[in-house]
Structures are given as C-alpha cells and as structure tokens.
Write a protein that binds this ligand. Structure first.
Ligand code: ADP
Ligand code: MG
Length: 404
C-alpha cells in the first residue's frame, strides 16, 4: 500500500490475481533515440523493469503501453517503439515481443496469444487520435487489452490521457507500479512529513515556470536556496544591476514579494560567474552580485555561493533539488551545478534523504555519475514539478484506493 496517497500498488495484488492474467502496464518509455534509432539513454526503461519482471516472474502476460515523442495523434515511424522493444529485450531474460498496433483486434489477439511470463510492447499510444484527448471509446478499447491495469508511468501521470487515466476507469483493479510507488513515496514524504532541516534548492532558466513550486515549498522548508538565471530576477528585485543576465522583467515584483515573505528562509547567491556570452567562456570571471558588469551575464553561481549552499545542504536531513545552478551544458559554467550535486551526494552518504527532480537537473546528475548517490532521481520532470506544486496527478488519482 502507498501510505502517502493511500493507493493500491502491484505488490498488494495476490498472486492468484496475477498468474495467467493479462497485466496492462502503462510505462514511460519516452526515451531519447540517437541518429541510428538506438536508445541513447535507457534510464526510464530500467526504472520500469522491477514492475515488468515482478509480473512476468509471477506468470502474468505482460502487455506494455507507452508513448514516445510527440507524433500528433497519427502514426509516424520515427516515433515507433520498435527500437525500444529491441532494447528492452537486452535488459530482461523474459521474452519480449513487439506489435505494430495498439488498439486493434490484432493487438487484442496478441495479448491473448502471449505466453505466461512474457512481455509484449504495443505501438506508441500517441499514434492514436484519442490518446491525448482522453477519448472514452479509446479508453474502453485499451481496457480490453488487459485483465487488470498497472500504472508505472510517473513521467506521464500529470496528463489525463486515455492510456494513463481513461483506461483506469474501465479496467479494475487499477494499481500503481513500483516506480510510481517510489516516486510518490519520496516526493510525497518530503512534502507531507520531511525530516528537518528541510532544504530546497531551485535553479534553472526561468522563475515563471516554478512560481507555484516556490509558493508551495516556501512555507514547508527551512531554507530555500535559489540559483540559476532565476536568481537574477531576484537580484533585480533587490535593486541590483544584472547586466545582460536572463531576467524576467514581468516577474520582478513577484520576486520582491517573495523576498519580503521569505525572510531568512530565502538564500540567494552572493557572487556570480559572469561572461559576455555563453560562447565566451574563456573570459569568465567571478564577481560579487553587487558588481555584475553592464555588458556581461551571470551564467553560474560563484564559489562563495557554492560554499554557502553546500553548508546548508550539509546540515539538511531532507534535500529537494530542481534546476541547475548555471548553464551547466557549457564549461566553465557547469562548476556550480557540479559542486552542488557533489554536496548533495555527500549529504546522502551521511544519511539525508535527497531528491532530484527536473529533466535537466536529473541529466546533470547522471552526467556526473552521481545518480546512485542520490536517494531518488525522479524520472518525471513535468510530473515531479506538478506534484511539488501540490497538484493532483490524474494518472494517480484514478488508481484504486487502498483498503482500510
Ligand atoms: P529542470 O529541467 O531541471 O527543471 P530547467 O529546465 O528549469 O531545469 O532549467 C535548465 C536550464 O536552465 C538549462 O538549460 C540551463 O542552461 C539554464 N540556466 C541555468 N542557469 C542559467 C543562467 N544563469 N543563465 C541562463 N540559463 C541558465
Ligand atoms: Mg528543463
């Protein structure tokens, strides 16, 4: 049972409800493919394996649904899941088949023909016109593909689509998979009952996309550390010169209001790595936040700020991190993000619960090889943000409630 949200999980199903039955499992196999059509990052596939193998090992016929990319409601070969099925086959000892269709009689036949303990991946759900509109007829057609439903697609749970929400209204039991459970457990506990001190670190390009997260976290955290270009909008609100830095002029008054309300909780960088442009990294230098030159942009937090942030993180028992500290894709502006990631990894080593959400932050952690030194790296960028904003995720809400 998933205490945080009181939802049933796949682990609650008795074995008799699994063996020989068709488990319709929605996963998030929305993975990057390289120019040869090979999976270039299989994090999300590996993350869904525990659920798929648990079911296969207990003799289920495992029918897998996923989306990939944005094919606009009609078939588009470049978004076929066929290469993903080939990759999946290399990761598991269970048989993996692929069927080139999703909601048809052919797909239905394939689900019945599937031997126990084997896996069939059906074609991209977004090849279907009714997927993103959560069409009722499509939801019913998908529901026929299984005898019970498992949602393990945390990354798609913030969307009420036919394969994430509609189908679960027509196919019961409808339960959470292990990845879904893990995501909700970490994120849910941090919001509901964090071990303190609770420190949140926010960064990234824009404050506008994260206002609701700041609003939601500010009353709950002990410290809110702000890096990334987002800090520059706060600098402007403090009356500082920001030069060519990315500032959202229409959010300055809101930043001012947050500064007033946040008091000591809000911690901003006190130095900045600046350069005339991202391309001119060789000219990067560190300045105080009060001395950002008119012809330069802040592209990373400075070493003093890193030190302050690292000390705050070191004291924390719970850390949530969303958004890089600088333009981490380009050296030397990756230093702040790298050192922060190392500080968070060390906090994990000392027993803190550390959670990374956000696509770019997760990518930075993976690039640094630190993903195993975080308590949890979320597989869902948008979904984790919406969860942290306090929104209900429709793909979760529709799942069966835990029994008393
Ligand atoms: P996440 O995906 O982790 O939620 P965001 O998408 O909000 O993160 O932000 C990531 C982007 O923010 C990166 O592309 C990074 O280059 C950019 N960024 C961070 N700091 C700055 C800065 N000071 N100036 C411009 N862009 C920045
Ligand atoms: Mg991003």
């Amino acid at each position: 049972m998933l205490a945080v949200l009181n939802k049933q999980t796949v682990g609650d199903l008795p074995e008799s409800a699994i063996r020989g039955r068709r488990a319709l499992v929605r996963v998030d196999f929305n993975v990057p493919l390289d120019e040869h059509g090979h999976v270039s990052d299989d994090t999300r596939i590996r993350a869904a394996l525990p659920t798929l193998e648990y079911l296969a090992e207990r003799g289920a016929r495992v029918i897998v649904l996923s989306h990939l990319g944005r094919p606009k409601g009609k078939p588009d070969q470049k978004y076929s899941l066929e290469p993903v099925s080939r990759h999946l086959a290399t990761l598991t000892k269970h048989g993996v088949r692929f069927v080139e269709t999703t909601d048809t009689d052919e797909a239905l036949k394939a689900t019945h023909a599937l031997p126990e303990g084997e896996i069939v991946l059906l074609e991209n759900t977004r090849f279907l016109g009714g997927e993103e509109t959560n069409d009722e007829r499509l939801a019913r057609a998908l529901a026929r593909l299984g005898d019970f439903y498992v949602n393990d697609a945390f990354g798609a749970a913030h969307r009420a689509h036919a394969s994430t929400e509609g189908v679960a209204q027509h196919l019961k039991p409808a339960v959470a998979g292990f990845l879904m459970e893990k995501e909700l457990r970490y994120l849910g506990r941090a919001l509901a009952d964090p071990e303190r001190p609770f420190v949140a670190v926010l960064g990234g390009a824009k404050i506008s996309g994260k206002i609701d997260v700041i609003e939601q976290l500010l009353p709950k955290v002990d410290r809110l550390l702000i890096g990334g270009a987002m800090a520059c909008t706060f600098f402007r609100a403090m009356g500082l010169q920001t030069g060519k830095s990315l500032v959202e002029a229409d959010r300055v008054s809101m930043a001012k209001e947050l500064l007033d309300r946040g008091g000591d909780k809000l911690v901003l960088p006190d130095d900045a790595v600046v350069a005339p442009s991202i391309e001119q990294g060789s000219q990067a230098r560190t300045v105080s936040r009060t001395a950002i030159p008119a012809d330069q942009a802040m592209l990373d937090i400075g070493p003093r700020s890193v030190q302050t942030f690292a000390e705050e993180v070191a004291r924390a028992r719970t850390v949530i991190w969303n958004g890089p500290m600088g333009v981490f894709e380009t050296k030397p502006f990756d230093a702040g993000t790298r050192r922060l990631a190392e500080a968070i990894a060390s906090a994990t080593d000392r027993g803190a619960t550390t959670i990374v959400g956000g696509g770019d932050s997760a990518a930075a952690v993976t690039d640094l090889g630190l993903e195993n030194r975080m308590s949890h790296v979320s597989t869902g960028g948008g979904a984790s943000l919406e969860f942290l904003e306090g929104k209900t995720l429709p793909g979760v809400a529709v799942l069966d409630d835990a029994r008393g």
